[in-house]
Ligand binder design. Structure first.
Ligand SMILES: Nc1ncnc2c1ncn2[C@@H]1O[C@H](COP(=O)(O)OP(=O)(O)OP(=O)(O)O)[C@@H](O)[C@H]1O
Ligand SMILES: [Mg+2]
Length: 345
């Protein structure tokens, strides 16, 4: 078990590709940190620098109090789990699990004990004598997890480990990874661009944007108090509605002078028979209705041309082209300045 510290970490590829532009982060012992952000924001780069698979241009990476900048991956006491499993195809599951331990001269009975333990935790006992190609995708992913677990490393590093799996299996494995990580209490960094995965797995979420940290916090903190419009629209599905404040004066609310944008989550908008009271109100023309199962997402446009999405329970009877009055209570607003930073009232 270990803490991981990043101090002003930077990565420049070649001479001028600045992939990580100064990231500082203290990860607690046993904590599950999820790095999330759009494609190309630097998630894998940052993880690979912690792993030792990528050199660190400047700054410090410390694992369990030890500066690891110049240590080989094998000397850092970490285990990585990738999207593409990276299992040895010619070895059985048991041999795959044992491989890393044999290389470290672990005694045979200790290897057997750890394999039995991990196989039981992951429910892969019945597959131990099979080759990877005789397993399903989910089973292979379990073996990849098992290989990390048997090492008993100071930290797990995951790079989109579930993105090759179908939707149902992803959810199952997500729950399983969370359960395992909690019971092993191994410090973990988990990279994903899937915000549902991020929300459900993380003790704390780190939102990366173009090589910089936008915000760090618990999933609920980020959902309820996004620090920027970037985080506001990245966390939550469908995304938060953002509208320019211009044209929305006279809603009965005293806006701070620097507010430029208001944000309203889709679930905070309700259809009203009459438009009255303070807060947001607008007539919205319905452009599209998406049924997603237990609810529907209704997409529309306000009279002043802002796109807006809101949720209605179950199968919606709302017709395309219809005009609806929407309201949202003022205490549900998220306010942002012209730079996209949160304004608290
Ligand atoms: N070996 C490399 N040489 C040069 N540039 C690179 C290299 N690897 C990554 N980059 C660049 O660094 C930036 C960050 O890449 P990175 O792979 O870390 O993104 P990511 O957040 O993991 O994206 P994704 O979600 O698509 O996996 C990108 O602009 C990418 O093009
Ligand atoms: Mg990546």
């Amino acid at each position: 078990m270990a803490t991981i510290e990043l101090k002003d970490v930077r990565k420049v590829y070649g001479t001028n590709i600045e992939a990580i532009k100064g990231v500082s982060l203290d990860i607690k012992d046993g904590e599950m940190i999820v790095l999330v952000g759009p494609s190309g924001c630097g998630k894998s780069t940052l993880l690979r620098m912690v792993a030792g698979l990528e050199s660190i241009t400047s700054g410090d990476v410390t694992i369990a109090g030890r500066r690891v900048n110049n240590l080989e991956p094998s000397e850092r006491d970490i285990a990585m789990v990738f999207q593409n499993y990276a299992l040895y195809p010619h070895m059985t599951v048991r041999q795959n699990l044992a491989y890393g331990l044999k290389n470290r001269n672990t005694p045979k009975d200790e290897i057997d004990r750890r394999i039995t333990e991990a196989a039981r935790a992951l429910e892969i006992e019945q597959f131990l004598e099979r080759k990877p190609r005789q397993l399903s995708g989910g089973q292979r992913q379990r073996v990849a997890m098992g290989r990390a677990i048997v090492r008993k490393p100071a930290a797990f590093l995951f790079d989109e480990p579930l993105s090759n799996l179908d939707a149902k299996l992803r959810v199952q494995m997500r729950v399983e990874i969370r359960r395992l990580q909690r019971s092993l209490e191994t410090t973990s960094i988990y990279v994903t661009h899937d915000q549902m995965e991020a929300m459900t797995l993380a003790d704390r979420l780190v939102v990366l944007n173009a090589g910089r940290i936008e915000q760090v916090g618990t999933p609920i903190e980020l959902y309820e108090k996004p620090a920027t419009t970037f985080v506001a629209t990245f966390i939550g599905s469908p995304s938060m509605n953002l509208m320019p404040l211009a044209g929305k004066k006279g809603t009965g609310v005293n806006w701070p002078a620097n507010v430029a944008t208001i944000g309203i989550r889709p679930e905070d908008l309700v259809i009203a028979d009459t438009v009255a009271g303070s807060g947001f109100r607008a007539n919205v023309q319905v452009m599209a209705v998406e049924l997603v199962g237990a609810e529907s997402y209704v997409h529309g446009v306000t009279e002043d041309g802002s796109a807006i999405v809101f949720r209605v329970p179950g199968r919606s009877v709302i017709a395309i082209g219809e005009t609806l009055s929407l309201t949202a209570a003022a205490d549900r607003f998220h306010l942002f300045d012209a730079e996209g930073r949160r304004v608290d009232t």
